[in-house]
Ligand binder design. Structure first.
Ligand code: PLP
Length: 447
């Protein structure tokens, strides 16, 4: 399979190239040149198929030209080393409401699935190409991405990770996830805003000196190497459904729409999901598009579900490419709605009191949009919302809402007590260039 740009201008490239390039040369995002279907036999026996078998089969569909099946299996097992349970939460009239908990990975958020798999795919290709020296993964983060990417590449030989974040502007829980690892992970506190961090990353990729002297790659959410692994858990959720289930509606808490795009691809692969819901906070350009047919990107607003504060969701292009820009066709598969912080808080409290289930603000947006979709449709369905973050990851918010402490998983508790290490840096390309080169030279000489 080859990968092409959503803008349709550049050449069709190998997966390997799309993976290390990130963005296509024409500025578009890479997408598979066609969407294959899962074998009917595989789908017929999907029920109870283990996660690693599903992961291997899904990745094989897209990557069989590039990586052998045994290697894919090894890599998937290593990346998906945590459970992804489907749990009962609630009943709504005759419909069931369940959560697919995607937050049992090392950084307690769903981004671990994509980031860990992508890191291992990069490691696989890099192993055959080490004479070109170490690869530096450079990312800017406003919170969640930095932790998932740093953790995913932590300890992988041949890789250095440099995380740029705005000093003093990420939560303590987010900060410990990339400042306490050490080893091949360097955290850089930029004396500026998140926009400064993103600008520096862009400038670094264009910098002639850096391009000549070291290998830089990005690991942000537009990378197709993060998108494809996210298809896996939609197939997995269908495999975990109770045998007597009804039509399946899946609600996806959305920001940049990467998670939702992966779901829509899963539907095309042939799995039994009947409908999706794009669940957003008040940054609701996607629900608005579904309602009006007009896509109007704008400045993002701050909400409690901060990882979904996106005013110009970049994966929209990929969805447009899949549906040929036809909003009618998209409406057949997708519903959407946005919710404000007041609704999110009330829902976290209510579901906790009534069902004993604790949700983080992102997952709560998913629950709200699912409930509304189930009510609107009337017919009994099996409703599933993706739980994208562990409530402990947003403990201060959640504790204030439910009025009791949230249990913190061991790993996070240990991290919270470790010393944080970061390098402070002015928002200046010259300073960043120097830092990247010295880090690269030390790694290249085995230091
Ligand atoms: C990143 C993130 C999202 C949004 O996912 P997209 O793929 O950007 O739509 C939702 N919830 C959490 C917890 C996240 O970290």
């Amino acid at each position: 399979m080859r990968f092409v740009s959503t803008f349709g201008h550049g050449p069709a490239v190998s997966f390997r190239r799309a993976l290390f390039e990130g963005l296509a040369p024409d500025g578009g995002l890479y997408v598979p040149d066609h969407i294959p279907r899962l074998a009917p036999d595989f789908l017929a026996h999907l029920s109870k198929t283990p996660l690693d078998v599903i992961a291997t089969e899904v990745l094989r569909l897209f990557l069989h030209d590039d990586i052998s099946e045994p290697r894919l299996r090894e890599l998937a097992c290593d990346a998906l080393s945590f459970p992804i349970p489907l749990v009962d939460v609630d009943k709504r009239n005759a419909s069931d409401v369940m959560a697919l908990e995607l937050f049992h990975g090392p950084t307690l958020a769903f981004k671990d699935v994509g980031a860990r798999t992508m890191a291992r795919l990069m490691e696989h290709f890099h192993e055959g190409d080490t004479e070109r020296g170490p690869v530096t993964v450079l990312v800017a983060t406003s919170g969640d991405t930095g932790g998932a990417v740093a953790d995913a590449f932590y300890g992988l030989s041949g890789f250095q990770v440099v995380v740029l974040y705005p000093d003093g502007q990420v939560s303590p829980i987010q900060e410990v996830q990339f400042t306490t690892l050490g080893g091949n992970v360097l955290a850089v506190a930029i004396q500026g805003s998140f926009d400064d961090c993103q600008r520096l990353v862009k400038q670094a990729f264009l910098d002639a000196t850096l391009r000549e002297r070291m290998r830089l790659t990005s690991a942000n959410s537009i990378n197709v190497g993060r998108l494809l692994p996210q298809i896996i858990y939609y197939v997995h959720l269908v495999a975990r459904l109770p045998p007597e289930h009804r039509p399946v509606v899946v609600s996806v808490p959305s920001g940049n729409l990467g998670n939702l795009t992966a779901g829509l691809i899963a539907m095309r692969l042939g799995v039994a999901i009947d409908r999706f819901v794009a669940a957003t906070n008040t940054n609701d350009v996607m629900p608005e598009y579904l309602r009006t047919g007009r896509f109007t990107p704008r400045q993002s607003r701050q909400t409690l579900s901060s990882a979904m504060d996106v005013g110009d969701p970049n994966n929209f292009q990929r969805i447009q490419t899949m549906y040929g820009g036809d909003v009618e066709a998209l409406r057949v598969d997708l519903d959407g709605a946005g919710y404000d912080d007041g609704q999110v808080k009330a829902t976290i409290a209510e579901v906790h009191r009534r069902c004993g289930y604790l949700m983080d603000p992102h997952s709560a947006v998913g629950y709200l949009a699912l409930s509304a979709a189930l009510d609107r449709h009337g017919r009994p369905a099996t409703g599933i919302f993706l739980a994208t973050a562990h409530p402990a990851k947003f403990a201060p918010i959640v504790e204030a809402i439910v009025g009791q402490p949230v249990a913190v998983p061991d790993r996070l508790r240990q991290q919270l007590s470790r010393p944080r290490q970061m390098t402070k840096l002015a928002p200046d390309l010259g300073a960043l260039r120097q830092l990247l080169l010295s880090r690269h030279n030390a790694a290249a000489s085995g230091g």
